[in-house]
Structures are given as C-alpha cells and as structure tokens.
Ligand binder design. Structure first.
Ligand code: NAP
Length: 219
C-alpha cells in the first residue's frame, strides 16, 4: 500500500493516539507500535479523552483512572508518552479542539497523525469542521480483521470532493491490527463476571483495575 508520500520528510512526525482507554489493553499498544513502524513516527502521544460526548457514564471509569492506567501501560516504552490535555479540559472532549491546540503548541514544524479506531475517525470527520481537521493532521484508522473498509473509502471520497481538500494528499490511512480482537468492552464484561483478564492487558493495568474496584458493576 502507498503509505505516506512524505515518509522521507525531515519534519518530526508525531502520532496522537486518541482513545477513551476504558481500559487500555494490548490491542491499543500494538496499534501504537505498528503506527510508529509503518509511518516512521518519532513518538506517540497517548491522549485519553476527558468527557467523551458519546459515552454512557455508567461503565466509564473516571478520567483520572483512565489516564493513570494509560501511564502504567506505556511507562516502559521510551517513545510513548501520555498527555493530560483532554483529561484536564473542563468542557466536553471534541477531537477538533485537541488538534487545534496541538497545532498551536507544535506549529507547522511537525507532521501530526491522529490514530484511533476506524469508526471513531468516521465520527470525527462527519461531526465538526472536517475540512479543518484534515488540514491539521492525517488520520490512521485502526481496524479489526474483517472490518468493512467501504465506510472509510466513502469517507475519503466525501472529503476529496470538498474544494478545500488537496486531492494529492492521502488523509486517511487504514491499518489492520489483528490484536484489536481484544476489546475494552470485553474486558469490562469479564471483570463484571469475575472472569480472567490476564494476557489481554499489561499486569500493572490489571492490578490497578482490581485495586480500585473498577468495572465490577459495569453494564
Ligand atoms: P469508540 O467509539 O469507543 O471506539 C470505536 C472502536 O475503536 C472500538 O472498537 C475501540 O476499541 C476502538 N479504538 C478506540 N480507540 C482506539 C485506538 N486508539 N486504537 C485502536 N482502536 C481504538 O472510540 P473512543 O475510544 O470513544 O474514541 C476514540 C477517539 O476518537 C478519542 O480520541 C475520542 O475523543 C475521539 N472521538 C471524537 C469524536 C468527536 O470529536 N466528535 C467522536 C467520537 C470519538 P476499544 O473499545 O477496545 O477501545
């Protein structure tokens, strides 16, 4: 696949790994590592959401717990860091606000790649200011095996049809990640049912979940 024409660009390349991380698991970590490799990123900044607009509160661990689990999971990788930007924001989390803030911080001297699940990318780019979003960064859509890529293809076509979008630039890449067979929903269900979660997420995160009593009563 034609990955990125600017792969040889001298600019610093930063991946922004957006997610609710409720909780973070090996599927997320493999996704970030694969993006580092495939897109020759210099670093990946994990960005746990603060107040996601689209989530029920019932089985959502607090922003602080999700942030701390993300720190625990990424601590041993020198190319991974975790940002508090969305966790500390008082208002509802919209990715477009985060991308604007990151651009202000980094200026034009870096290439930004927003990495997340394909369905979430669809939501982001059909919600608020898609033309602005695709000027601020490129998107890497992580998919589970068997995911129907037609949805992403139609999104690409819709964006390419807009006069503000440069058709020479690929703006959404897809990346299949077999390890995404692991899911946060399944992990929460297992905790609720008293089933094992070993091998699905780092031990430190598992111990944190048990210590804090997370997800025991989740729906
Ligand atoms: P979600 O809708 O809960 O997740 C959609 C799918 O993507 C799930 O299967 C999820 O698996 C997977 N996924 C989530 N984050 C991933 C990641 N970083 N890498 C690989 N797979 C991932 O998505 P979400 O976690 O709430 O949101 C993802 C990102 O999109 C966040 O940064 C969020 O703020 C943003 N978002 C923004 C808007 C907006 O601005 N309007 C709307 C929706 C989402 P797991 O459940 O196993 O994680």
């Amino acid at each position: 696949m034609d990955r990125d024409r600017s792969a040889s660009s001298p600019k610093t390349k930063i991946g922004i790994m957006g997610g609710t991380f409720n909780p973070i698991h090996y599927g997320h970590l493999v996704t970030a590592e694969e993006a580092l490799y495939q897109f020759q990123l210099d670093t990946v900044i994990f960005m746990p959401t603060g107040r996601p607009p689209h989530k029920s509160r019932k089985d959502l661990a607090s922003a602080e717990d999700r942030y701390l689990m993300t720190v625990i999971a990424t601590a041993s990788n020198s190319r991974f860091t975790v940002s508090r930007m969305e966790v500390d924001r008082k208002s509802t989390t919209y990715s477009i606000d985060t991308l604007k803030e990151l651009r202000k911080i980094y200026g034009e001297e870096v290439d930004l790649y927003f990495i997340t699940g394909a369905d979430a990318i669809f939501d982001i780019l059909t919600w608020k200011e898609p033309e602005t979003a695709v000027k601020l960064c490129k998107f890497i859509a992580a998919t589970r095996p068997g995911y129907d890529l037609k949805k992403i293809e139609s999104l690409r076509e819709m964006l390419m049809g807009k006069k503000e979008v440069d058709p020479k630039n690929n703006i959404i890449y897809d990346m299949e990640i077999p390890a995404l067979a692991i899911s946060s929903t399944d992990i929460r269900r297992r905790v609720r049912e008293g089933r094992a979660i070993t091998y699905l997420l780092p031990d430190g995160v598992m111990n944190y979940i048990y210590k804090m009593g997370l997800y025991k009563n989740s729906s």
